[in-house]
Design a protein around this ligand. Structure first.
Ligand code: GLC
Length: 723
């Protein structure tokens, strides 16, 4: 439909039809027979007549199902406006990829884009038009359950991943590419910083920190063309995001130039009442529309009160027209007026969803996502001649998909036992489980392990312990798992801990007792195959952490790009009590941002730094070169990382900031030169008056395999004063 036709459509709509486009209902409303007197429709005070005006549905899929719902809806819609179908396709639709916090450890935006494109294809042939992804909230607090959906604690990486996800989901042209779906950047804004890591809790951030750390990834996703943004549950600066005009009108719309659809999170409009800034749903609806929320998800504020608010002159109908225009434009961008059934196709659904090709891609991504945290005396990779004890928490053998795997089926996933069988016969495996309730590991239980050569123990979290609503005050392993490791240690056999989890955990209880630790995250459908391929060295681990692992939950929020403070703890003043430190634990993480081992080793030559003064701008540009050599016996992949530090700023500056990285694969003895170029934009930051610029001065340039093992080179850089 062209713009004039769309304008004509809008002008033909009644106010009820306009308001209906601003309402999103769950799939349940379309599963029940039309009943105005019971169930969800009754609760929402929703007549059959109003049902015909609704604009979008969430949380239901399947080509046949959605074709039928769309057909029935169009038959009732006076102007034939098609429904939008939206759902949470977070890290895969039915072929499940590793959780985002795992995929991020691959340090490969192309792989992220590919995973999103596959998820989009499976979702599109299943009838979906929009995914509520990517979640691009920056995170620093491992107590918060939703860190598993994020890509970690660094703004530079999060921006690259936000772009990659949006590109993967939306493809080149939503109107013509029926295997693409619209993306939704969430949760705007700051949801990843709840006080005390407690789900849905208050967020207290200075606008300067919000702008330097949290906003960049949202803006990157919007600049990449995301068609939707979702409001966050939390309050920010005392105003719930869904009612926050500063956030939505000033920053999102004016500053970021976002013209797409702003949708509330589930029931977030109604939650203004418990937040305490609206007395009732009518007032909440007024605040939401004034903040520019175009679609309310699963509340009846717009549905039941917008018309009244207009009649009472409380809001102008132009606000409704703006919102409906954006919703109609989204439907038009998806080509729904020409083809309301778009990509929905049962035959293609059967052929494409969960295809072998997709599973192989998911396995490859899982292999790239895993992080080797420890490998004392190189007990990994395993030999196929070893007899292996595999110990798995009871009932969790296939709990490998993570908390946001919606259509993913655990019983379709590959367990680690099945993965090992791809390398060794079942006679070479002693399979044991540990029960949560297990009081103690008995002698006869241990006796079964007497003749094994090595023990692989699966530890970590169940998917229930991770994701939305899963904040934890204690991020240790479950006590029965700690007890198990202590008992296994008495057998004096090598122990490999394989972690299935959705957050950085406090591993201090087992770190000395195990010989190797492989962080596998929730690896998705191909979990067992991917883990086994790494354990047997078919793939050399190359993942690097994008979120710090603390020594104790008391350190949290913990992140690498922290400020120095006025009394920093350093290697030179460890004895001094009056420093920014704890009495009982070191300040450093157990495993730092950017950390990950390999089965081989990499040598870094001293970095070479070249400064050039741009004749045009009269400002310095920097080139850094370093030679990397694979000095081990196995082929492997290294992620070379470049950090900077602004030694003196107009506000305190982080002790280090990731600015570039390069992933290089090298054969044994092979070398390569890695070069990075930086210019003024890479050094700019937000000042107290919220202006963005950088002053001339001393800067540290740091290069290495993670955020702690760094060669430092200090330079003086000249930048022109900003007008
Ligand atoms: C949830 C989540 C959001 C999700 C939405 C729809 O509460 O906060 O991320 O997209 O509801 O399921």
């Amino acid at each position: 439909m062209n713009s004039n036709q769309l304008k004509q459509l809008l002008s033909n709509m009644t106010i009820e039809e306009k308001i209906g486009q601003m309402v999103q209902l769950a799939g349940e409303f379309y599963k029940e027979e039309d009943s105005e007197n019971t169930g969800p429709m009754h609760e929402m005070n929703l007549s059959a007549g109003k049902m015909a005006t609704i604009g979008s549905v969430l949380g239901i899929s399947g080509a046949q199902t959605l074709i039928a719902i769309q057909k029935e809806h169009l038959a009732k819609s006076r102007l034939g406006i098609p429904l939008l179908f939206m759902a949470d396709v977070i890290h895969g639709y039915r072929t499940i990829f590793p959780i985002s916090l795992g995929m991020a450890c691959a340090w490969d935006p192309n792989l992220i884009e590919e995973s999103a494109a596959i998820a989009a294809k499976e979702a599109a042939v299943s009838g979906l038009h929009v995914t509520f992804a990517p979640m691009v909230d920056l995170v620093r607090d491992a107590r918060w359950g939703r860190v598993m959906e994020s890509t970690g604690e660094d703004p530079y990486l999060n921006q690259l991943y936000a772009r990659a996800f949006v590109k993967g989901y939306q493809g080149k042209n939503l109107a013509t590419d029926k295997f693409s779906i619209a993306a939704c950047i969430k949760h705007f804004a700051g949801y990843g910083a709840p006080v005390a890591g407690r789900e849905y809790n208050t967020v207290e951030l200075s606008e300067r920190t919000l702008r330097d750390m949290y906003l960049p990834a949202y803006q990157a996703g919007i600049d990449e063309g995301s068609k939707l943004v979702m409001t966050a549950f939390n309050s920010l600066d005392g105003v719930p995001a869904t009612a926050n005009k500063r956030l939505m009108r000033d920053i999102l719309r004016k500053e970021f130039g976002f013209e797409g659809v702003l949708i509330s999170d589930w029931a977030a409009v109604g939650e203004m009442i418990p937040h305490g800034i609206a007395e009732n749903l009518k007032e909440a609806g007024k605040l939401a529309i004034e903040a520019g929320v175009d679609i309310e998800m699963m509340t009846g504020a717009y549905l039941n009160y917008l018309n009244e608010l207009i009649d009472e002159g409380e809001i102008a109908e132009t606000l409704i027209d703006e919102a409906v225009w954006r919703v109609l434009t989204l439907k038009n961008d998806l080509g729904l007026f020409e083809d309301p059934y778009r990509g929905a196709n049962s035959a293609e659904e059967k052929a494409i969803v969960f295809s072998q090709e997709h599973r192989e891609k998911a396995r490859g991504m899982a292999e790239e996502s895993m992080v080797l945290l420890k490998n004392k005396e190189q007990i990994l990779p395993l030999s196929i001649h070893q007899k292996v004890a595999l110990i798995v928490p009871e009932g969790q053998a296939k709990d490998v998909l993570g908390a946001w795997s919606w259509k993913g089926q655990q019983n379709e996933s590959v367990s680690l036992y099945e993965g090992l069988l791809q390398h060794i016969p079942k006679e070479s495996i002693v399979l044991k489980t540990i029960a949560d309730a297990q009081k103690e590991i008995k002698a006869d239980w241990l006796a079964d392990l007497a003749d094994v050569d090595i023990i692989v123990a699966v530890v970590g979290e169940s998917s229930y312990m991770s994701g939305e609503g899963a904040s934890r005050s204690n991020i240790k392993l479950p006590s029965e798992q700690i007890q198990l490791i202590k008992k296994l240690r008495t057998l004096d056999k090598p122990i490999v801990a394989t972690l299935f989890n959705g957050r950085p955990l406090d591993l201090t209880d087992i770190i000395q007792d195990v010989d190797s630790i492989l962080e596998a995250w929730f690896p998705g459908t191909e979990a067992g195959s991917a883990v086994a391929n790494l354990l047997y060295g078919k793939k050399n681990p190359s993942g690097k952490l994008t979120m710090s692992f603390p020594r104790a939950v008391g350190q949290v929020p913990l992140y690498y790009n922290q400020d120095n403070t006025g009394r920093p703890l350093t290697a030179l003043n460890q004895e001094d009590k009056f420093l920014s430190r704890y009495l009982d634990v070191d300040n450093s993480p157990l495993f730092p941002f950017g950390y990950g081992l390999s089965y081989t080793y990499f040598k870094y030559s001293p970095m070479e730094v070249t400064l050039t003064r741009s004749p045009k701008s009269q400002e310095d540009e920097v080139r850094i070169e370093v030679m990397i050599t694979n000095s081990g016996k196995l082929a492997g992949t290294e992620v070379v990382q470049l950090y900077i530090r602004d030694k003196v700023g107009k506000v305190v500056r982080p002790i280090k900031e990731l600015k570039r990285f390069k992933k290089v694969s090298l054969e044994p003895s092979e070398s390569t030169i890695v070069a990075f170029n930086l210019n003024k934009l890479d050094f700019e930051y937000t000042h107290q008056d919220l202006s963005v610029s950088v002053e001339s001065g001393e800067f540290d340039l740091m290069i290495g395999p993670n955020s702690e093992e760094l060669e430092i080179n200090t330079v003086y850089l000249t930048f022109k004063k900003s007008e």
